[in-house]
Design a protein. Structure first.
Length: 113
């Protein structure tokens, strides 16, 4: 059996996208720009971890953070062009999941809350 080397870019991309909550965050941001509190309420994630994942996405150029000088300060997160380019990937995962994945009881209860 022939073995091939894994492409370093593919490996890095998979490493980034496979971090817990990243796919769900990208999916949520595909809806449009959102504030931190909106993201936090839409995904069952701690504020600390959400902040960390958003910083990871910013660092990779997938998401951007815009601070509006209002009182109180308003901060919105949105996908960059690089992030929006993931839409076909997210859509393909959604289609595959609909066809092949059965949710477990824990997932169903989380989504109903």
């Amino acid at each position: 059996m022939k073995q091939t080397a894994i492409c370093p870019r593919f490996e890095k991309g998979m490493s980034l996208l496979s971090k817990r909550w990243v796919g769900l965050l990208i999916n949520q941001l595909l809806i449009g720009p959102q504030r931190f509190c909106e993201l936090e309420s839409s995904i069952p994630i701690s504020g600390r971890l959400l902040s960390e994942r958003l910083k990871d996405l910013e660092k990779e150029g997938i998401a951007s953070r815009v601070v509006y000088p209002e009182t109180p300060v308003r901060v919105e997160y949105s996908l960059t062009e690089k992030g929006r380019a993931l839409q076909p990937v997210i859509n393909a995962i959604q289609e595959w999941s609909s066809a092949w994945v059965e949710p477990d009881e824990t997932t169903e209860m989380t989504n109903q809350q």
